[in-house]
Every structure is written in C-alpha cells, then in structure tokens.
Design a protein around this ligand. Structure first.
Ligand SMILES: [Zn+2]
Length: 146
C-alpha cells in the first residue's frame, strides 16, 4: 500500500539507541544505568552524564514519574498530517521516579487538565515492526503525600 504521507516520522534507530526502542516494543521501559554511580542516563550515550563511566547497562526503570513541564500543540506537529487526529497533543518533560528526564506524549488526558507535578504512568505504542515508544497517561493512583 502506498504511503500517502499519513505516517508519523520514525526515530533514527542506531546501535546505541536500539535497546530502548526494542524494549518499548516489548512493553518495557529500559534506560542505561551507570554501574559505578547508579545514575539512570537519558538520552542514550556512551558514557555516564554524572561520572563519565562507560559501564552503562540497560536496566528496567520504574514506569512512573511526574510532569516536569509541558506544552500543548494545537497544530500539526513535525509537518506530519498523521498527527492531526490526536490534536490537541500534550507533549511533556517527565521526571521518572528513577531519576532520568524523558520527553514524551501524555495521552488519556484533556489538554486543559494537564498540570506540572501530575503523576503519570508509562504505556507503550507500537510504531514499527522493531520499535515501540513509551508514552504517558495520568496515574491511576496518585502518590501518597510524604
Ligand atoms: Zn555514573
């Protein structure tokens, strides 16, 4: 079937980033964890952002976090009409409970309800035969106040 320009752009998957996309395809959130200082690193890189160690291991991260910041897109993003059906689109920076900050889409939330500090959980969407993408949605159970 011809591509009528209705497909979303796909990530440029490299050997460095492939474990992230493959794990998401399998419904798992994995990030590089430093074996020296235990920092979770994102985006994928050859060395730890905290201590410079190259001993990074792909490790399951807690699939939950908090909205650090957000924007709501009300026009077609990335010049791809495939996004039109999802407008308005909520795009967030998420602070994962394990420490890394991810960029991601929040679904299952009205644009007027998104808030900084909102608790979110990860879910996954297939984007190709080899890759999935983590997305977020409002957490079912708010974190208990400490
Ligand atoms: Zn480190």
């Amino acid at each position: 079937m011809a591509d009528l320009g209705q497909s979303k752009p796909l990530p440029d998957i490299t050997d460095l980033t492939r474990p992230f996309w493959t794990a998401a395809k399998n419904g798992k959130l994995v990030l590089q964890k430093c074996q020296r200082c235990a920092t979770f690193n994102f985006h994928p890189k050859p060395w730890c952002i905290e201590c410079g160690s190259r001993e990074l291991q792909w490790t399951a991260a807690k699939p939950s976090g908090t909205v650090y910041s957000y924007t709501v897109s009300r026009t077609v993003a990335m010049n791809s009409p495939a996004w039109a059906a999802e407008m308005p689109l909520i795009l967030c920076l998420i602070d994962l409970d394990d420490g890394a900050r991810l960029y991601g889409q929040v679904t299952g939330c009205r644009a007027e309800d998104i808030r900084i500090g909102m608790r979110v959980d990860v879910h996954f969407e297939d984007i190709s035969d080899e890759a999935g993408i983590p997305k977020f949605r409002p957490a079912l159970q708010p974190a208990t106040a400490g």
